[in-house]
Ligand binder design. Structure first.
Ligand SMILES: [Ca+2]
Ligand SMILES: [Ca+2]
Ligand SMILES: [Ca+2]
Ligand SMILES: [Ca+2]
Length: 318
């Protein structure tokens, strides 16, 4: 029988390029991390400001309660009075009533999309509007190799964008991309061996932190409602699919493909204060992910599998 097995070879391909392409820019990346923290994503997931406001206020005022009251049991009433007296829960100089993000310090009060929710509280979510990407599935073995062009037709997914309060960094997170099935691509390893390869249930998901990549931003663009630039590092992603390779005319065995890798550096542009988002990839040589497949029949062959290059544009809508 034909056995197509999958040996995880660690996260390879993209990682080399992380070092090469982003080495000097790690500083920027750190900046992005600071300004776009996990907490803020949490806020978004729970559906914006209202839900989180009370929780954080209570926390802070609990400390005040210890100082100013004796009982400690009446945490519900005491704190809100104290906080009201303070009037500025995050001590950013803007009283709660006027603060567009009352529990996170944002003295500039920048609000890119003008919806009344400050940048540091506000995550803009975009879903797929159109566009497609090109990549290649490259197989290599001691018997020969093949290079199959792959249309990555993105059928859905989500990308999050968050700006900071200094008009300095824009964070970008590719949460997920759903990719149309790739069916029956013939990989001719040599004149004897060919494999019919299908990839189904093909998705890429964020494999790093929230907002793993960012880019520089300035006040002028912020005021003009534009945020655009090249991301400062490859975006870590986990690519999963069911791969089925039928070798020598025998039916293949589907197996789970799990590739740790990266999306190459991308150019991101949002216009009209977040009314549209465009993501451009233009790196035909970037190794997004790699793995080793072993075929045991008709011959034992190790096949190095790589997903190489990403070129194209995704248009996304809020
Ligand atoms: Ca405040
Ligand atoms: Ca604030
Ligand atoms: Ca906003
Ligand atoms: Ca918003």
């Amino acid at each position: 029988m034909n056995a197509v097995a999958c040996a995880d070879d660690g996260d390879v391909g993209g990682d080399d390029e992380v070092g090469d392409t982003a080495g000097t820019e790690n500083g920027d990346n750190d900046e992005a991390d600071e300004s776009t923290t996990d907490d803020e994503v949490g806020d978004m997931d729970q559906g914006s400001t209202d839900a989180t406001t009370e929780g954080e206020t209570t926390e802070e005022s609990t400390e005040t309660t210890e100082e100013s009251t004796s009982d400690g049991e009446t945490t519900d009433e005491g704190p809100s009075e104290t906080t009201a007296a303070d009037g500025d829960a995050d001590m950013d100089g803007i009283i709660n009533a006027d603060d567009n993000c009352p529990n996170t310090a944002n003295p500039n009060q920048l609000d890119f999309d003008g919806d009344g929710e400050g940048n540091v509280c506000d995550v803009m979510a975009f879903t797929m509007g159109g566009g497609s990407l090109m990549s290649s599935a490259v197989a290599d073995s001691n018997l020969g190799g093949c290079n199959i062009p792959v249309d990555i037709v993105v059928t859905g997914g989500e990308v999050l964008v968050q700006l900071d309060d200094d008009a300095a960094v824009v964070g970008v997170e590719v949460v997920s991309l759903d990719i149309e099935d790739i069916l029956d691509q013939v990989c001719q390893l040599n004149f004897l061996i060919s494999a019919d390869v299908s990839l189904t249930e093909f998705t890429m998901t964020n494999a790093g932190d929230a907002f793993p990549v960012g880019f520089d931003h300035d006040q002028g663009d912020h005021d003009a409602g534009i945020a655009s630039g090249d991301t400062d590092a490859p975006h870590p992603v986990l690519t999963t699919a069911n791969i089925e390779a039928a070798v020598g005319g025998m039916p293949g065995e589907p197996s789970l493909l799990e590739l740790d890798g990266n999306l190459p550096i991308m150019t991101v542009e949002t216009l009209d204060a977040g009314d549209s988002l465009t993501i451009d990839f233009d790196d035909p040589d970037f190794v997004m992910a790699m793995d080793v497949f072993m075929i045991t029949d008709p011959l034992a062959v190790d096949i190095d599998f790589q997903l190489v290059g990403l070129v194209g544009t995704l248009d996304m809508t809020p």
